[in-house]
Design a protein around this ligand. Structure first.
Ligand SMILES: [Zn+2]
Length: 446
């Protein structure tokens, strides 16, 4: 580069920087906000954000509010802090070409998600929220700022409900000062490419369908489960843990092979059942997927693009890891929780049926349960009948997702008898938290 060219380059850079400083001074606040369009949260009080909507921590995360900030101390990856953009839904489509800006101090080892409410924008309908998309804070953070293009969140912006901070894989704290929408970026701010993050599903897409997603269990109950499903003419999805399939002392391989032969879907549930998002490195997360996939392929000859996260824990790194291995994968959580983790070994195991009915009546159509306990297996027929009484067709998860690769639905089997009278509403009003993410209903499986 010649001297004159370099001089010209330098003077252009100087001019840009002068312009940038001048612009920054125009809307200078405690943080240079680059034309703030919507201030969501500067933490004015402990119970409300700048939009007059709720903000707060869930799943036992410790949050300390100070003047103009909140400090978050997470001890588990499922702990979450929400700041809502409206009491119900907010149409954020007008911001689609803009940026979510977060001014912060502390760790960058967490996930930021934009939450999409259900179609009714109703907290009383399950699931609420319906889905969300996530980015990895560490990839987007520069200094004390994070700018995320809104279009990096693959959700229906017309029913946005909250910005959420979760998936912490550190004990280090995070202090948030500001959450806002800006029209532009600082001129020197580098934003990474959006990495594929799959789709988190908590409900079926096919109208009037219902899917049972059955996670890990005990081999001794597998026979009974298969027999009940056979007698009822029901096909389900089993999410299988990889190390069980290769355990020489447990007959899981025969169990899942037979389930597959009987027409059930076999999908992924990690290799050794950790909270994936809690793992320190991406390599450890990748291993959980690649080994689970390898074992499924080598023992049963199956591939799957469906994954149920252990404990329902999903963060950006987990999603990215799976989406790098499989095209357009589904991360399958649930909108009906039988709460076997809560009631199966209690003195009131029948409450599993009540929990199932409550979520079914709220519109839930994708269930989580296990075959870890005799009582859950005993109630399986009862809950199948509840779904039928609600007039829904039971099928595998891939079938209820309109997956073109799913086997044809056996409609004849799905409609035995003619009792389709809807059961009465028995919705409980017990504390479903305001902004609850369904992933808060952890199954405490082993
Ligand atoms: Zn599990």
């Amino acid at each position: 580069m010649g001297t004159s060219l370099r001089t010209r380059f330098l003077s252009a850079a100087f001019l840009l920087s002068a312009l940038h400083t001048a612009l920054a001074e125009i809307d200078a606040g405690p943080f240079q906000d680059y034309s703030s369009v919507l201030v969501i949260d500067t933490f004015p009080t402990a119970w409300q954000n700048d939009l007059g909507a709720w903000h707060g921590a869930e799943e036992g995360m410790q949050a300390e509010f100070g003047p103009g900030y909140v400090s978050l101390y997470a001890s588990q990856s499922e702990q979450i802090f929400h700041t809502k953009v409206a009491p119900t839904c907010r149409d954020m489509s007008e911001f689609a070409g803009m940026y979510l800006h977060i001014a912060f101090e502390g760790t960058t080892q967490f996930t930021i998600s934009l939450q999409q409410h259900n179609e009714a924008c109703d907290q009383g309908v399950s699931p609420a929220p319906e889905t969300w998309d996530s980015i990895e804070a560490a990839r987007y953070a520069r200094g004390n700022d994070i700018y995320i293009p809104i279009w990096h969140f693959n959700i229906d912006l017309s029913r946005t409900v909250a910005v959420s901070f979760h998936g912490f894989y550190t004990q280090e704290s995070l202090r948030l000062y500001k959450v806002e929408i800006t029209a532009s970026l600082p001129w020197d701010f580098y934003v990474p490419d959006k990495l594929p993050s799959g789709t988190v599903v908590l409900k079926c897409r096919r109208p009037n369908s219902f899917a049972f997603g059955i996670d890990d269990g005990k081999p001794k109950y597998a026979r009974e489960v298969m027999d009940i499903l056979e007698e009822e003419g029901v096909k389900v999805t089993f999410f299988a843990v990889g190390n069980g399939l290769v355990d020489p002392f447990a007959p899981f391989q025969q169990v899942y092979r037979e389930m597959s032969e009987r027409g059930h879907q076999i999908a992924l549930h990690s290799y050794s059942h950790p909270r994936l998002e809690s793992l320190q490195t991406k390599e450890e997360i990748d291993y959980q997927f690649t080994e689970n996939m390898r074992v499924l392929r080598e023992t049963l000859g199956l591939e799957s693009k469906y994954f149920r996260p252990p404990y329902g824990v999903v963060g950006a790194r987990t999603r990215q890891s799976f989406a790098a291995l499989v095209d357009d994968p589904y991360i399958v959580n649930w909108s009906v929780d039988i709460e076997d983790w809560l009631w199966a070994e209690s003195k009131t195991p029948r409450k599993q049926v009540d929990a199932f009915r409550r979520d079914l009546n709220k519109g839930g159509d994708l269930a989580v349960l296990h075959f870890l306990n005799r009582s859950t297996v005993r109630y399986l027929r009862d809950v199948i009948n509840l779904v039928r009484q609600a007039g829904k067709d039971i099928m595998r998860v891939d079938q209820c997702m309109y997956d073109p690769d799913a086997p044809p639905i056996e409609w004849a089997w799905m409609r035995p008898g003619n009792g389709t009278q809807r059961i009465g509403h028995q919705n409980s009003t017990i504390g479903r938290n305001m902004t609850a993410v369904k992933e808060k209903r952890w199954h405490r499986d082993l």
